[in-house]
Design a protein. Structure first.
Length: 151
């Protein structure tokens, strides 16, 4: 780290602690050349994620869209808010662990459906009916049959 006062690169860390936001580290440093002290902050660099929609348009990733879709699917189901938050955290973790900058919305939808299938079958069918855009009863029944065959 270069000293902001004299420009030399001989600095050392004399104190480290989490910053107030809990997302970064505050470091007190001292220059070995001029003995002046200064503070730096170290923060994890998040990869900005872009979602590629069905029409090939792009928009920034938005966690609240996943949350609202899952909340709608779990409406009046025996699924707690904590379970939903844990599910969304798990989905988000899986998406970010892919370590890509652009992810198709279809990939996100499939991840959500896989996770919902294990959480609650009715919520899964509700989400799938909107996500897969069932056109008639036959496609709906085919999806139900797939669900029943996996059990």
């Amino acid at each position: 780290m270069r000293c902001p006062f004299c420009g030399k690169e001989n600095t050392r860390v004399i104190d480290s602690r989490p910053a107030d936001d809990g997302l970064s580290i505050r470091r007190r440093r001292q220059c070995d050349e001029c003995d002046k002290r200064f503070t730096t902050y170290e923060k994890v660099e998040a990869i900005p994620l872009v979602v590629i929609k069905k029409d090939l348009s792009r928009e920034p990733y938005d966690r609240s869209k996943i949350e609202s879709g899952i909340f709608r699917s779990c409406h009046k189901r025996p699924v707690s808010v904590d379970q939903i938050n844990a599910l969304v955290d798990d989905i988000e973790s899986q998406i970010f662990n892919m370590e890509i900058k652009e992810v198709p919305s279809s990939t996100i939808g499939e991840i959500i459906m896989d996770k919902l299938r294990t959480l609650d079958a009715v919520a899964y069918v509700r989400f799938a009916s909107v996500y897969r855009e069932f056109k008639d009863v036959n496609t709906f029944m085919a999806e139900l049959k797939k669900l029943l065959d996996k059990k």
